[in-house]
Design a protein around this ligand. Structure first.
Ligand SMILES: Cc1cc2nc3c(=O)[nH]c(=O)nc-3n(C[C@H](O)[C@H](O)[C@H](O)COP(=O)(O)OP(=O)(O)OC[C@H]3O[C@@H](n4cnc5c(N)ncnc54)[C@H](O)[C@@H]3O)c2cc1C
Length: 434
């Protein structure tokens, strides 16, 4: 069979925000391939009957103002700036998020127990002890009551593993340091809404979150090759085989697809890398979009559901994040489930009954329809094996002039801003080397 051959300096795999940002900052001499028919990857939006449906909550928040300004000024994306409204469903009632600073909203026994267990918790220390696993960390930072009613059940639903198996490497800004004093004061009703890095967030005025990827893609010198899948990597000869049969000879390879899938595409791997690859674990997430006529009488942008008897762990209300996400007099809800429960009818029936009992769906909601989506790789599992595996895998990739970056390429828990930063940083590093 005759094959087409291409040559490029940089071959980039995946046109999510990381791959797009890498191409933008490299500027030239690259080929960017993408398995789907449009840019954005995890940060893309489903346009359906006038609805704009993201993969659950997909909002921007920034630690680096240059990225915010770049999105506004260079990509020309108009952004809404919004103060977060979020709550947690605990004991059949809504408690404002973060629960840790709204303890007065818990029922009396839980309020008292929270206070007691915070006072008894072992930690007056600031920060995270490196010997902690996630469970011991949570018990010492929040006490056993908050761990039992919120931290453990929520995270076990999301990650699909017992919390004691997780280490604390991923916490960083995701679970910021809560002040013991402020938690205790919140028992008296002194609350603190604006805590955590997404307490103020940004979201495109039009088109859903994918507007950012669309605009970024439209500014690239060379458009991504869509519907094109990476099939094989021959790393020692520096070429890759694509699904259309093309062979691409590259100098530098930049990967943004999940690290395990990427390595599984290698024609051969040294035995220690093969063994490390087997240690990587991830979870999938199933989304259920529920659409219909009428309004939702809740103001939250999203609601956390730790209750282990309820199958979903979070509800997003897209029309509250941006009213333009729903046609007039229509509502949308997005439920997130840990693992693969795609098109599971009994889970769907149970979920609808629960939404009614929570007062979210009501008699004004009609013409309801459903739309499922499976995100195959959504959260990597931060167990002890992850560290051991990555210590072997990344030096091997580096030796072969391969960069594996972004949330899934780096095998980490990071966000859209990080994705854009990754692309910029790697492009700068590679250009400097030349
Ligand atoms: C449920 C959920 C909610 C989130 N909410 C937020 C949030 O509110 N705020 C925030 O900042 N971040 C959020 N994130 C994280 C954010 O989505 C990611 O950090 C970011 O989108 C990662 O971009 P990426 O380009 O690194 O990866 P991806 O977006 O996954 O891009 C990888 C691309 O590679 C393509 N691809 C896969 N296999 C192949 C192949 N073999 N060949 C060619 N192409 C391939 C994929 O189609 C995809 O387009 C959330 C993530 C999830 C899962």
């Amino acid at each position: 069979m005759s094959r087409d051959y291409l040559r490029t300096k940089y071959l980039i795999i995946g046109a999510g925000l990381t791959g797009l940002s890498t191409a933008f900052h490299l500027n030239d001499d690259y080929i960017l391939i993408e398995t789907s028919g449009s840019p954005g990857g995890t940060a893309s939006t489903l346009h359906f009957k006038g609805f704009k449906l993201d993969n659950a909550v997909h909002i921007f928040y920034f630690k680096d103002p240059t990225i915010l300004n770049w999105i506004i000024d260079t990509l020309n994306v108009e952004l809404l700036e919004t103060i977060r409204k979020s709550s947690v469903w605990i004991n059949n009632a809504y408690v404002k998020y973060p629960v840790q600073y709204h303890l007065a909203e818990l029922h009396w026994p839980q309020r008292i127990n929270s206070m007691r267990s915070i006072l008894n918790s072992s930690s007056n220390k600031k920060g995270i002890n490196s010997s902690d696993n996630f469970e011991t960390y949570s018990l010492s930072a929040f006490g056993n009551q908050l761990t039992d009613i919120f931290v453990r059940p929520y995270n076990e639903k999301l990650f699909g593993v017992p919390m004691a198996l997780l280490n604390t490497d991923w916490l960083g800004d995701y679970i910021p340091n809560y002040s013991r004093m402020k938690m205790l004061l919140s028992v008296l009703g002194i609350k603190n809404n604006n805590y955590g890095r997404n307490s103020k967030f940004y979201y495109p005025l039009e088109g859903g979150v994918s507007t950012v990827a669309q605009k970024l893609s439209s500014q690239l010198k060379t458009s991504p090759l869509y519907n094109c899948i990476l099939e094989k990597v021959f790393y020692d000869k520096k070429y890759a085989l694509l699904s259309d049969g093309t062979e691409v000879k590259y100098e530098y390879l930049i990967n943004t697809i999940p690290l395990d899938s990427f390595l599984n595409n290698f024609d051969s791997l040294p035995s220690d890398i093969l063994a490390s690859l087997k240690l990587l674990k991830r979870n999938s997430t199933t989304l259920l979009h529920i659409l219909g006529k009428g309004k939702i009488k809740k103001e939250e942008h999203w609601i956390y559901i730790p209750d282990p008897t309820i199958p979903f762990y979070r509800i997003t209300i897209p029309g509250n994040i941006n009213p333009a996400n729903c046609p007039a007099d229509r509502f949308a809800l997005t439920l997130e489930f840990g693992g693969n429960i795609y098109e599971n009818q009994s889970v769907l029936d149970k979920s609808i009954a629960i939404l009614k009992s929570m007062g979210i769906l009501n008699e004004n909601n009609s013409d309801i329809e459903f739309c499922w989506k499976l995100i195959n790789c959504s959260y990597v599992i931060y167990d002890e094996n992850r560290k051991i595996a990555l210590k072997k895998i990344f030096p091997f990739l580096q030796r072969n002039q391969i960069w594996s970056i972004g949330r899934y390429g780096s095998w980490e828990y990071s966000n859209m801003e990080d994705a854009i930063l990754y692309g910029r940083k790697v492009a700068e590093q590679i250009i400097k080397q030349n």
